[in-house]
Every structure is written in structure tokens, then in C-alpha cells.
Design a protein around this ligand. Structure first.
Ligand SMILES: *[C@@H]1O[C@H](CO)[C@@H](O)[C@H](O)[C@H]1NC(C)=O
Ligand SMILES: *[C@@H]1O[C@H](CO)[C@@H](O)[C@H](O)[C@H]1NC(C)=O
Ligand SMILES: *[C@@H]1O[C@H](CO)[C@@H](O)[C@H](O)[C@H]1NC(C)=O
Ligand SMILES: *[C@@H]1O[C@H](CO)[C@@H](O)[C@H](O)[C@H]1NC(C)=O
Ligand SMILES: *[C@@H]1O[C@H](CO)[C@@H](O)[C@H](O)[C@H]1NC(C)=O
Ligand SMILES: *[C@@H]1O[C@H](CO)[C@@H](O)[C@H](O)[C@H]1NC(C)=O
Length: 563
């Protein structure tokens, strides 16, 4: 009798506590309307993030191997060493007991894929999958406003995607998201020598002079700079050749890039398929990181431009599966934190932490929305860019020269601010509080003073490039800034590898130890390109418009040579 009672009470307890809401939102984002329930027999593909064994231990390992002066500096972890930290902490029979099969998405097993029908998903996750449409972006997606898991699994599952995260307008505008400026506005400043100034825009020759980047080809080394391509944005080979002929007459115009296709990613070479971002990224990597092999990673599946976060994960998983990942990765696609959920952002960021542990410099731009949020959504002010706010990537903002001015300054659209998801990392513990004190920020400030602050550094955002056979010199974006910075890092890592050392790996501890390697920009402000907000102001020292400012190659080289 006693035994039976006990069993009964256990059953009751498990029924009462059966489901726990893992993530929810009140409404779909502005712009979306609900068309109706998703047909119950439709199959949906989910990615599940399982809780990782010792993620804080991994973060510590990242700081050890990335902080100059630490005894373990440069001793990057192997694939197996990283997998030990992130293998799932617990096994669950939840899926198999519901007749579902899962397959691992990562070698470490921390992400798994599960395919199920809408009726299965609605029952298993206590969800209500519906079809939502956004006419301004023409996105039609199946999402739920809430989902739950059995409460006993709370410690085992971090997030399930796609559920409550909707494709933001930032994703679609990534395809064509430059800010148009007056043609000819790209006039080099007086600080650049007169013979360079005679040419009308900031081609590689001007950048080499401004940032002291060598035009001599890097010595052959086991070193790769990888350029990310998402949402069907392609890198055009013919445009690269036109660019090299025009701007790098000193190197072989047939210099090209390798193509890596992940999950069926393609690289459409029709002129109409040439994206702005990837095409320009390739020109400012092949054309600036002279002699460093460049790969273009096109992540599929083709024609899928809605599940951008799945694509970010797919690319990260591919990179983590390699025994020798590329030393430098450029990711010039910026969403906003409000485009994702805290749990999803954290899980993606932990993939970038794994890349950091492996010795990858992951370089991200901060987007073109300043401090102001995206005008395509609901204009959430002080909405910072993601994945830039992940503490394990290096975030690059935008600078420019106004015509005939001698000082490089922060650009009005340079994405910057404070994370609402990630706490301030230790490498910012001096620079960021100093800024907050300068501007008299307090807990009642409209931005989150405890968050990871971006950008870390900046570079010129207006550069000429070829697209679909045409020379474009009236566009600017932080993506161009990130390409320029990634090229500098690829060249510096190359020097180290030639000298028998490792590449630079996760850069931020080095950057925050060496603010003097950057040109400070005390002017400029970033009210944003769409939503009206005052924005942050440039200050002496680190600020959320340009970070520490733009790089000096020779000063960074000096800093690197010390260890
Ligand atoms: C909108 O998307 C649908 C597919 O989801 C496509 O058939 C249609 O052509 C698109 N419309 C426009 C205007 O791009
Ligand atoms: C890209 O932007 C240009 C200039 O603003 C515009 O003419 C063009 O239609 C846009 N292309 C796409 C695919 O949105
Ligand atoms: C100016 O540009 C032309 C091609 O547009 C190039 O041939 C020349 O070398 C450039 N001059 C300098 C000083 O960069
Ligand atoms: C570039 O490639 C083309 C076609 O293969 C060839 O005709 C040309 O000579 C090459 N140019 C150089 C500088 O090697
Ligand atoms: C501010 O950021 C912290 C993380 O640093 C987060 O826990 C907190 O929820 C954020 N506050 C708001 C109002 O978003
Ligand atoms: C930027 O400067 C303006 C004008 O001085 C000031 O009103 C504003 O509060 C400053 N913004 C921040 C975020 O410090």
C-alpha cells in the first residue's frame, strides 16, 4: 500500500511538473502576421542545443591560450580537447521514447538534429506552430510563440531552433545592406600622400598607406583567411579580377580564392547573382592580405535565406570538424540581438568560444544600424548587433574621412553599444568602465552598462569595389571595415607562422592590452541609419562608436613581436 502510494505520488508530481516553458514571446516581431496553423503533417527540421559538460571550463581555457603573458598562450586546443568540454552533460531517452530519431550535428554531440511533423512538435513541445508572413521582406516561416520541455530535462536542453526566433529584416538586407553615399564622396583625406590622393577613392593603395599594410606578398605558410558567405550572397570571380587589374596592378590578376561548399552552398557566378557583401569581402581580402590563401565558405542549403542562425551554426560546426581550421575567419553579416533569443545567442556564441579555443580569430562586423536598431523592424533603440556582442569574437565598427578632412572619424551608422545578453568580459574591465565614467553612465542609462560592449576596433567603411562588372564607389558598410581588419590579422598571423609560432587566435585580450596600437577617434557619433536615437559619442579612449579606433599594422606587429 505504501509502495503503491509512493508510485502514485511520483506520477502525480511528474504530471504536475510535466512541462516547463523554455522560451516564449508575446507576439511575433513587428511586420509579421499569422496566416494560420501550420499543416499538422508538415515536417520541420529542428536543431537542439544540449547542455554542455563544462562550458565555463572552456571559457577559462580560451582566456589562457589567448592572453599574451599567460604560460599557455598560443597552446590552442585540439578538436578532441574542445569536445571534452562541450560534450552533452547528460543523456536523454526523451526523443527515442517518443519514436523520434536524432542525429548529431557536431562531432562533440552538443547539437543534434531532429525532424518531426508539426503535430509531433506541437505535442512534444507543448507548442502551437503557425505560419507567419512578413510582406516587407516576403519571409514566410513556421514558428511558435512558446515551447516547453519536460521539466526533468531543464538541465539538459539549452535551446531548440527554429521556434521563437523569426528572421529579421537584417537578414534579408544583409544581401544588399550598404549605406548609399554620394558618388565621389570617398575622397581620401589630406593625411594620405598627394599622389595617392590624386586617385578618387579608398582603394588598396590608400589603405596600405593609411594603416601601414605591406604590399609585399606574404611568405608561403600554412595559413588561411576564410570569408563567410550566407543567405545566398556570392563572391564573383570576374569582379575580383577587374578589381585586381584596377587596384593591384602589382599582383597577378588571376589570383583567386578557393571555394568551400558547406551543406550544399553554391557560388553563383551569373552577374545578377553577385552579392554586394561577399563580392566586396573577397576583393578586400584577396586584394589586401597579399599572398595569403583565401577561401570562400558558402553555407547552404541553397535558396534558404530565412534560417540564418542555422547557417551560422552549420558553418561553425564545419570549422570545428577540421583538424586544422583556418587561422582567420571573416563573418561580415550582422543581425541584431533582438533578432535572436538569449538562449539561442548564447548557444551560437559557445560555438564561437570553441573556435577561439582552437586558435581561430573570428572577425565580425557591427552592422549598419548605429545605436539605433533596424528601421525594418520595430526600431528597438540601443539594440546591439549580434553575433558581434558574443565575447569570443572581435567586433569591427566603421570609420570614414569627410571630404578634405584630415582626421579619420567614427561613421554615423557604425554599430555599437552594450549587450543585453552577455556580461562584460574581463578583457574589457579597464577600458569600458573608463568610458562609462567619462560619459556619466549609470544603471538608469538607457543602455545596459553591465553588458559586453562593442565594437572592439574599427576601420574605413567606404571603399570602391566591382559588382556585376561595374565599379561601385558610393557604398559603405561595416562589412568592408571587417574585411580590411581581417586582412591585417591574416598578414600578422602569417608572419608568426613563418617564424614558427602559432597564429594570433582569439584577439581581444591582445587588443585590450595594446590600445596604443590603434588610432583613437574622439569624434563621431552613431545615431544609426534608420531609427532616431542620439547614439553614442566618440570619446578619448575606447568608445561604442569605434572601439579603440583603427589599426596601425606596424604597432600591432610590435605588440605581437613581444611574445
Ligand atoms: C515571395 O516568396 C514566394 C515564396 O515564398 C515567391 O514565390 C514569390 O515570388 C516571392 N514574391 C516576391 C515579390 O519576391
Ligand atoms: C540594392 O540596392 C540598390 C541601391 O539602393 C537597389 O537599386 C537594388 O534594387 C537593391 N537590390 C536588392 C536585391 O535589394
Ligand atoms: C591611381 O589609380 C590608377 C588606376 O585607377 C593606378 O594605375 C595608379 O597606380 C594609382 N596611383 C596611385 C598613386 O595609387
Ligand atoms: C591569366 O589567365 C589567363 C587565362 O588562363 C591567361 O591567358 C593569362 O596569361 C593569365 N595572366 C597572367 C598574368 O598569368
Ligand atoms: C543587461 O545585461 C545583463 C547581462 O550582462 C542581463 O543579464 C540583463 O538581463 C540585461 N538587462 C536588460 C534590461 O536587458
Ligand atoms: C552624446 O552627446 C550628446 C550631446 O552632448 C548628449 O546629449 C548625449 O547624451 C550623448 N550620448 C551618450 C550616450 O552619452
Amino acid at each position: 500500500m505504501l509502495k503503491a502510494l509512493t508510485i502514485l505520488s511520483v506520477i502525480i508530481a511528474s504530471v504536475q511538473a510535466s512541462f516547463l516553458v523554455l522560451e516564449e514571446r508575446d507576439n511575433p516581431p513587428d511586420g509579421y502576421s499569422r496566416l494560420g496553423s501550420t499543416p499538422s503533417d508538415k515536417f520541420l527540421n529542428f536543431c537542439l542545443a544540449l547542455a554542455q559538460n563544462d562550458i565555463l571550463g572552456l571559457h577559462e581555457a580560451v582566456y589562457d591560450v589567448s592572453t599574451p603573458g599567460n604560460a599557455r598562450y598560443g597552446q590552442y586546443l585540439s578538436k578532441e580537447e574542445v569536445a571534452k568540454f562541450v560534450a552533452p552533460s547528460a543523456k536523454t531517452s526523451w526523443l527515442t521514447s517518443n519514436d523520434l530519431t536524432s542525429s548529431p550535428l557536431t562531432d562533440a554531440g552538443d547539437w543534434i538534429a531532429v525532424k518531426m511533423t508539426v503535430s509531433q512538435a506541437n505535442r512534444l513541445l507543448a507548442a502551437e506552430f503557425s505560419t507567419f508572413h512578413n510582406p516587407s521582406t516576403n519571409h514566410t516561416v513556421d514558428r511558435t510563440l512558446s515551447y516547453s520541455i519536460p521539466s526533468g530535462l531543464k538541465a539538459g536542453i539549452s535551446t531548440i531552433y527554429p521556434t521563437v526566433t523569426f528572421p529579421g529584416a537584417t537578414v534579408r538586407s544583409a544581401i544588399n545592406r550598404t549605406v548609399a553615399t554620394a558618388a565621389g564622396a570617398n575622397r581620401p583625406a589630406a593625411s594620405v600622400s598627394p599622389d595617392r590622393r590624386a586617385n578618387s577613392s579608398w582603394g588598396p593603395a590608400c589603405l596600405q598607406e593609411l594603416y601601414e599594410i605591406s604590399s609585399t606578398p606574404a611568405k608561403p605558410a600554412a595559413n588561411v583567411l576564410a570569408v563567410s558567405g550566407f543567405v545566398n550572397d556570392f563572391a564573383n570571380k570576374r569582379d575580383l579580377k577587374s578589381f585586381l587589374l584596377e587596384f593591384r596592378p602589382d599582383i597577378d590578376p588571376n589570383t583567386t580564392f578557393g571555394l568551400i561548399s558547406v551543406d550544399g552552398g553554391i557560388n553563383n557566378q551569373l552577374p545578377a547573382g553577385s552579392g554586394v557583401q561577399s563580392t566586396a569581402d573577397i576583393q578586400y581580402t584577396v586584394g589586401l592580405a597579399t599572398g595569403v590563401p583565401v577561401d570562400f565558405i558558402s553555407t547552404g542549403p541553397p535558396a534558404n535565406d530565412v534560417d540564418i542562425f542555422a547557417a551560422y551554426l552549420t558553418q561553425a560546426d564545419y570549422l570545428l570538424s577540421l583538424t586544422d581550421p583556418p587561422q582567420t575567419v571573416l563573418h561580415a553579416f550582422a543581425d541584431l540581438e533582438s533578432d535572436t533569443s538569449p538562449a539561442l545567442a548564447e548557444s551560437i556564441c559557445n560555438s564561437y568560444a570553441q573556435l577561439a579555443a582552437r586558435g581561430v580569430s573570428y572577425i565580425v562586423d557591427t552592422g549598419i544600424w548605429g545605436a539605433g536598431g533596424s528601421p525594418f523592424g520595430e526600431c528597438i533603440l540601443w539594440d546591439p548587433p549580434f553575433p558581434a556582442t558574443c565575447p569570443f569574437v572581435t567586433a569591427v565598427g566603421a570609420t570614414e574621412f569627410f571630404p578634405d578632412e584630415t582626421d579619420e572619424t567614427g561613421t554615423f551608422f557604425s554599430g555599437g553599444g552594450f549587450s543585453n545578453f552577455f556580461e562584460r568580459p574581463r578583457y574589457q574591465d579597464t577600458a569600458v568602465p573608463a568610458y562609462l565614467e567619462t560619459v556619466g553612465a549609470s544603471p538608469s542609462s538607457p543602455f545596459n552598462i553591465s553588458g559586453r560592449a562593442v565594437p572592439d576596433v574599427s576601420a574605413i567603411s567606404r571603399v570602391p569595389f566591382f559588382q556585376a562588372g561595374q565599379l561601385v564607389d558610393s557604398a559603405e558598410t561595416t562589412g568592408f571595415s571587417a574585411s580590411i581588419f581581417a586582412s591585417i590579422i591574416a598578414l600578422l598571423s602569417n608572419e608568426r607562422i613563418v617564424a614558427g609560432k602559432k597564429g594570433l587566435g582569439f584577439l581581444n585580450p591582445l587588443i585590450y592590452q595594446n590600445p596604443g596600437a590603434f588610432k583613437d577617434m574622439p569624434t563621431g557619433f552613431n545615431p544609426g541609419a534608420g531609427c532616431s536615437v542620439l547614439g553614442f559619442n566618440g570619446t578619448v579612449g575606447w568608445d561604442p562608436v569605434t572601439g579603440f579606433g583603427s589599426p596601425s599594422y606596424t604597432k600591432l606587429q610590435e605588440a605581437c613581436n613581444k611574445f
